[in-house]
Write a protein that binds this ligand. Structure first.
Ligand SMILES: Nc1ncnc2c1ncn2[C@@H]1O[C@H](COP(=O)(O)OP(=O)(O)OP(=O)(O)O)[C@@H](O)[C@H]1O
Length: 280
């Protein structure tokens, strides 16, 4: 599968401008810039401790960056300044994420996990009022839509036959796919995935790669094509599905480009081999 595509310059959905994050005396992220093009898969890679998760946490509002700006350009052209928003507002602005460790509601069913992800949309349908309890038509319509969307995603991740099973009882690879489906049920403009292939066997990794490409292209369900930013250590997946790769080392961006460019970049090779660059 050669998933890489060309993109129009300036069609970015996310712009990260010089963000820095300091923890006491440690500058974990140092003036990092990059963009995510609309309809692309962008991978953030780098050795352990490079600052990838910290950048993610700044984008998704878990940390407020010490410096710099993060802007999300929505499809209507409006811009959300993510560095100024709290995490729940960032989610509402159209950014969904998954975590390194699976965070499903293990005791709830597979279907319930996908419905609960949509509670904000359901609340909105009744103006965050009592309409849900009274069964107002607006709420009923939104509820039917939420179920349809959940079923579509269950089909896309091959878990329709497990809809009523407890999420915690699914095999690990299926739980990872369910997490992604749960994030997609919020209909994000940008999907941020933190090490989605961690712990997967080769077949599960292959399924994941196909799922991510179909999310990018909008062919997984009837929902729109969705831009993806992912942190991933599995270089097989990164090189196979990414349109653009950004490489961090010691909190700084050391390279970016297509998978082919990154594969042969001497700074990247040196960082992964742990060599002193001057000696490389
Ligand atoms: N909350 C925090 N408080 C203090 N230091 C932190 C905090 N979070 C991260 N760090 C430090 O910031 C640096 C970057 O960590 P980060 O987790 O962002 O790296 P990473 O590239 O995601 O690494 P990995 O691939 O191992 O997950 C590390 O030195 C880490 O110890």
């Amino acid at each position: 599968m050669n998933a890489s595509r060309q993109h129009q310059p300036g069609a970015e959905i996310l712009r990260v401008d010089g963000i820095s994050m300091r923890f006491g005396g440690l500058l974990a992220v140092d003036a990092v810039d990059f963009q995510v093009q609309r309809g692309s898969i962008t991978a953030l890679i780098g050795p352990n401790g490079a600052g990838k998760t910290t950048v993610f946490n700044c984008i998704t509002g878990f940390y407020r960056p010490t410096g710099g700006q993060i802007s999300l350009r929505r499809s209507d052209g409006s811009i959300a300044s993510l560095h100024r928003l709290k995490d729940h507002r960032i989610a509402r602005a159209g950014v969904a994420r998954t975590f390194q460790n699976i965070r499903l509601f293990a005791g709830m069913t597979v279907l319930e996990n996908l419905l609960i992800a949509q509670h904000v949309k359901l609340q909105k349908a009744t103006g965050f009022g009592i309409g849900a309890m009274l069964g107002f038509p607006g709420y009923r319509a939104a509820e039917a839509e939420a179920i349809d969307r959940a079923v579509e995603w269950l089909r896309a991740i091959n878990l329709l036959d497990r809809a009523d099973d407890a999420a915690g009882g699914l095999p690990y690879g299926a739980q990872r796919r369910l997490e992604i489906a749960r994030a997609m049920c919020t209909m994000p403009a940008l999907l941020c995935l933190d090490e989605p292939a961690a712990g997967l066997n080769p077949r599960e990794s292959d399924d994941l790669a196909k799922l991510l490409v179909s999310i990018r292209d909008g062919t997984a369900t009837r929902s729109a094509a969705t831009s993806i930013l992912l942190i991933e250590h599995d270089m097989g997946i990164v090189m196979r599905i990414s349109d653009h790769v950004v490489v961090l080392d010691h909190g700084r961006k050391i390279a970016e480009g297509t998978p082919e460019q990154i594969r042969s970049d001497r700074h990247v090779i040196a960082a992964y081999l742990g060599e002193d660059e001057d000696a490389a």
